[in-house]
Design a protein around this ligand. Sequence first.
Ligand SMILES: [Fe+2]
Length: 286
Amino acid sequence: MTETDFQDLTDEALRRWGTAHTPRLQELLTGLVRHLHDYAREVNLTEDEWMAAIQWLTRTGQISDDKREEFILASDVLGLSMLVVQLNHDFDPAATPATVLGPFHIDGSPAAPYGFDMSEGIDGVPLFVTGTVTDIAGRALPGAVLDVWQADSDGLYEAQISEAEEARLRAKYETREDGTYCLRSVVPLGYSIPMDGPVGSLITQTDISHYRPAHIHFLIDEPGYRRLITHIFEDGTRYLDNDVVFGTRKELITQFVHHAHGVAPDGTDFDSPYVTAEFNFVLQPE
Ligand SMILES: [Fe+2]
């Protein structure tokens, strides 16, 4: 009979998972085993605590579906998502920096023409975002697709509104020949992450602020360029300095200009308030 102590058990687990069939998988799995074992030793993990953690992971899976991604949220609030973004997006300083995807992106948003109002009558102050998509040298990228999604003026995403049957505050805009785009929406509100699930129940046991500053999500996947997942943030909005998902970058903050009335970028004549913002996206070559 072989005698084992804790260190032997870890060595044996490392040996077993080190048999993974590719060097990279070996590295990923043995690293995971090593850190998990070290973690358990470091905090003297009790059986009750370990079971509570397993049940938390189970609930995190159970509450997730094709519109709610509680594991992404967990990764976001732990700072892991943003760390992985930073590790993988060492872009040229001239390129638009990436930030977290977040849990609310929905595939297959409808194509929208230049200036299309993706709010489609949802309450809120009209917002126009205009700008360009270019490469680092400033060359326009015509036909680049901007996949856009955002929260409404109550801070809610489509995924959080059970009766939403059509695409809500999300659309795909294409740049014109000169690389310009124009989207119309409503001014988003900074929002709380969903607090009714396992992530929220953990956060309520801390002093962590569970809010995100107002922002609009963009995903631009242009052939020949690195996929850009990013947001733009309203300058001066609340929570910019303590974003619960660590997603804020100063390069992504832009002025939201409030107009009492006037002619909007799409030519609409407003006799009531509206807001404009400009943001120029610069893509990193492959
Ligand atoms: Fe968001």
